[in-house]
Design a protein around this ligand. Structure first.
Ligand SMILES: Cc1cc2nc3c(=O)[nH]c(=O)nc-3n(C[C@H](O)[C@H](O)[C@H](O)COP(=O)(O)OP(=O)(O)OC[C@H]3O[C@@H](n4cnc5c(N)ncnc54)[C@H](O)[C@@H]3O)c2cc1C
Length: 294
């Protein structure tokens, strides 16, 4: 079964697009984990149509109920990978448990991932620190590799890296390992990371209890954000934002983006507006692609 559109992210942008696409009789799946930016918000007072302030979580839940009522499918899960099937131009969107086929994909994952607040981190970005195992794993063949993270996304990246090296250490940075999908051959270091150091490139990770000689570090803390998918798919970004054209399409035909992840005004009204607008472009893309979405 192939979806017309798989939407990554169930915030205002993703759910708004789902509402419009479902009402256009298209087969839509929304995959989202957690509340995104609304997690940090308590009450919303400046969104049109609410005479009284509304609880951010209630607004979120209401949006999802609305989309479901109109026929969109919503799955609470984390997307760990998106890839293109070059035979027919369709896309595969993977969670730790399943793979979904889609004719088009909408990235609505919110604000891209922040850099880690670890002394030395910013100094070695691109000098041994990478955000993408499939892109850069090859450069660390047979080397000592560290992965910073503890969840399914970190496990996914580690699965990619074991192709290149058997010396892989997962630094969970003070957390328990939260995924059961780590490759059996990896080692784990739980204690908190204090510093990353080296001369011209990364050479050492210093933790509360120990120092670890390392040749490369892959960052996979938390869930994969728009920036991570962009790296893997070759989507152009600028200043941590996904670049889109006037139709919200990225440089990859069939992949669209909307909401906070494309930057601009970081507000619900704009995210919802993006969702409505991008649905128009997705419909015409699908119509051109297979005469559907009249
Ligand atoms: C503290 C705070 C207060 C705010 N207050 C207001 C306010 O009063 N008024 C206002 O208009 N705006 C406010 N905002 C801004 C507003 O929340 C955002 O502009 C809006 O939520 C953006 O919508 P979005 O759909 O683009 O992203 P988000 O709402 O961030 O949603 C992104 C979705 O993607 C999901 N996701 C991300 N990565 C993955 C993955 N790999 N797999 C699966 N799911 C994933 C997230 O869990 C989330 O469901 C506030 C933001 C913050 C942080």
């Amino acid at each position: 079964m192939i979806y017309d559109t798989v939407i990554v992210g169930k915030g205002p942008a993703g759910v708004s697009a789902a509402i419009y696409l479902a009402r256009a009789n298209l087969r839509v799946l929304v995959i989202g984990k957690g509340y995104g930016a609304l997690e940090g918000a308590s009450v919303i007072e400046n969104y049109y149509g609410f005479s009284e302030p509304i609880d951010a979580r209630i607004l979120h839940e209401n949006g999802m109920k609305q989309a479901k009522r109109l026929g969109a499918e919503i799955l609470e899960d984390e997307v760990i990978d998106i890839s293109q099937n070059y035979e027919d131009g369709s896309f595969s969107v993977s969670t730790p448990n399943e793979k979904f086929l889609a004719k088009s994909v909408l990235l609505a994952t919110g604000k891209a991932r922040k850099n880690l607040k670890i002394p030395g981190f910013m100094d070695f970005l691109g000098k041994g620190i990478s955000f993408c195992a499939i892109c850069d794993g090859f450069f660390f063949k047979g080397k000592r590799i560290g992965v910073i993270g503890s969840g399914d996304y970190a496990a996914h990246e580690a699965q990619e890296l074991v192709r290149f090296s058997k010396d892989i250490t997962i630094f969970t940075n003070g957390k328990e390992a939260e995924s059961d999908k780590f490759p059996p051959e990896v080692k784990f270091v739980k204690d908190k990371i204090l510093k990353i150091s080296g001369e011209d490139k990364v050479e050492k990770i210093e933790t509360e209890l120990n120092n670890y000689q390392i040749d490369g570090i892959f960052v996979a803390e938390g869930t994969a954000g728009a920036g991570d998918f962009a790296l893997k798919l070759g989507i152009v970004t600028k200043d941590d934002n996904i670049l889109v054209d006037s139709g919200y399409m990225t440089n990859i035909p069939g992949i669209f983006a909307a909401g906070d992840c494309i930057g601009g005004l970081l507000q619900i009204a704009k995210a919802v507006s993006d969702g409505a607008n991008v649905s128009i472009s997705i419909k015409s893309y699908l119509k051109n692609k297979n005469g559907k979405g009249k």
